[in-house]
Ligand binder design. Sequence first.
Ligand SMILES: [Fe+2]
Length: 239
Amino acid sequence: MKLLNNFFQVAGPALSHRFDATAYLLDGGKELLLIDCGTPEGYNDCISNIRKLGYNPADISFILGTHGHYDHVGAAALFKRDFGCKLYLHEADAQRVIDGDGLKTTAWLLYGSSFPPCAVDGFLKDGDVFKYDNFTLEVLHTPGHTPGSVCYILTIQGIRVLIAGDTIYGGFSMHIGSSEERWRESLDKICSHHFDAMVIGHSNPVLLADADARLRDARASFANYYNPWFKNFKDEYKY
Ligand SMILES: [Fe+2]
């Protein structure tokens, strides 16, 4: 589904499989990028969604992961096998993906599946910038949900979009290396930037407006993210 010119959501519960986090296709002009790529269960539908948009998955050069979880990059080995896509992740989440660690990737912890191990072709660092004809993408290292979680600042058609992964509204578990302290610091870091809009790791295809206000709310009550007894406040946001 098209979110903006050259920016599409291609995986997620409403588009591919209920296990899938959101994944995004970016058309850079000369090559395509994916931000996250969903699970093996959603792989065929994700590929089909890319083709329906008129793109050839073989033109995807890179998968840039938000973090090393099954629902976000579980299908990376399949994209690599079928289309030669390279996977980039922050170094702190790379080993769990290389090993196919079912606990740290949440593959069996949350989904009863196994994680297809995948080589990591490059490490993302805070401040890395990817420049294309149609957009610019900057990496923000935002540990907390996992040690290697990153967000992306997408600047496209003059609009600044936060691609948040699970740093906003993600779950907390010691099993996956979550840290309250690091997460709070990351939320402060995110809130020091201005965003016109944002997308998050688990949602229907939607570009969320009023991002600065939503992010301030998220920072102010972030423990609600992982306390199942609270209704997630994102569901109570009024618009
Ligand atoms: Fe996650």
